[in-house]
Design a protein around this ligand. Structure first.
Ligand SMILES: Cc1ncc(C[n+]2csc(CCOP(=O)(O)OP(=O)(O)O)c2C)c(N)n1
Ligand SMILES: [Mg+2]
Length: 333
């Protein structure tokens, strides 16, 4: 029996955590993995902060959706895949591009609409691709990446290779009724919390009617992401079909740069930041396990900042595309 109610949903639920049993199973990273996790996640964090600054200075036009807070998801999954595998996502895509190894200069220059950008400055934040690095966009239409990601997976099957396609989509996109390979739940679709938008908030089970298995993962703990990614990727490589990973993560900033995020209490964000920040978790393990000192971490921070500053420098000094470029790379159907 279904019961409908027009009562407003309860207050947005506090960010859900992965189950305790699952967290307990998380395998440790070795020293090299911890360092890589730290450096790669920090690059995304600093890049996004810089993009936010450039947006504030009026140097980035259009939409700009930041990935701050969610870094462990892409970096953890990247550690589980190999060259030849494909990655596709929605519009919150800068982190995915950096994780795939795309050049921060080319990504930043695309944000500022310059020639040296990945789409020659004509696409912007949501329209960047690199077949070489296995990145297939960057899609502004919510859920549009899901059928394309499914197509990439089928292409691998038809070609008889064992490559996998990682298709990232949000909790909001989960209600689109598309075919799902991977779920990423940062608790909000624009200003709507997942508890207000979905009758069931366990999105990992959305594939059940298609016999697609799924699992919830602590998306703030990069070790949990990698472990779940390893298992899921193995499942797919063995030809068992798709699998859903619901990454329980959290978006620190508003939906886009123009969203002040007034629909949630500041304390909610502060709590995640202080207790579950994905980068802080790695940082404190590096120190606690004696792998790093404050000084050696400062050196990494400085290296990352230098890469981001160089990207910003390039993105603000490179020239804009020539007006004649308006007529190139345009395809008529
Ligand atoms: C088909 C379509 N409907 C609506 C929108 C407007 N829109 C842009 S982002 C968004 C929210 C999606 O949220 P979610 O999937 O949770 O991703 P997140 O922004 O949290 O990463 C909406 C409704 C759109 N771009 N495309
Ligand atoms: Mg969301």
């Amino acid at each position: 029996m279904a019961v409908a109610s027009n009562k407003p949903a309860a207050q947005p639920a506090a960010p859900r955590r992965a189950s305790a049993e699952h967290v307990a199973e998380v395998p440790e990273f070795n020293q090299e993995q911890e360092f890589r996790a730290y450096r790669d996640m920090l690059l995304i964090r600093r890049f996004e902060e810089k993009a936010g600054q450039l947006y504030g200075m009026g140097l980035i036009g259009g939409f700009c959706h930041l990935y701050i807070g969610q870094e462990a998801v892409v970096i953890g999954m990247q550690l589980a895949i190999k060259p030849g595998d494909e990655v596709i996502t929605g519009y919150r895509d800068h982190g995915h591009m950096l994780a795939c190894g795309m050049d921060p200069k080319g990504v930043m220059a695309e944000l500022t609409g310059r020639r040296g950008g990945y789409s020659k400055g004509k696409g912007g934040s949501m329209h960047m691709f690199s077949v070489e690095k296995g990145f297939f966009g960057g899609h502004g239409i919510v859920g549009a990446q899901v059928p394309i990601g499914t197509g990439l997976a089928f292409a691998n099957r038809y070609r008889g290779n064992d490559n996998v396609s990682l298709t990232y989509l949000g909790d909001g996109a989960a209600n689109q009724g598309q075919v799902y390979e991977s779920f990423e739940n940062n608790q909000y679709g624009m200003g709507t919390s997942v508890a207000r938008a979905s009758a069931t908030t366990n999105l990992s089970q959305r594939g059940r009617s298609f016999d697609i298995p799924g699992e919830q993962v602590d998306g703030m703990d990069i070790r949990a992401v990698k472990a779940a990614g390893d298992k899921a990727v193995k499942w797919c490589r063995e030809g068992n079909g798709p699998i859903i990973l619901e990454m329980l993560t959290y978006r620190y900033r508003g939906h886009s740069m123009s969203d002040p995020a007034k629909y949630r209490p500041k304390e909610e964000v502060d709590k995640v930041r202080t207790e579950h920040d994905p980068i802080e978790q790695v940082r404190s393990r590096l120190l606690k396990r004696g792998f790093a000192t404050e000084d050696s971490l400062k050196k990494i921070d400085a290296q990352v900042r230098a890469v981001v500053n160089e990207a910003a420098e390039f993105a603000t000094n490179d020239s804009e595309p020539d007006a004649s470029e308006l007529w190139t790379d345009v395809y008529a159907g």
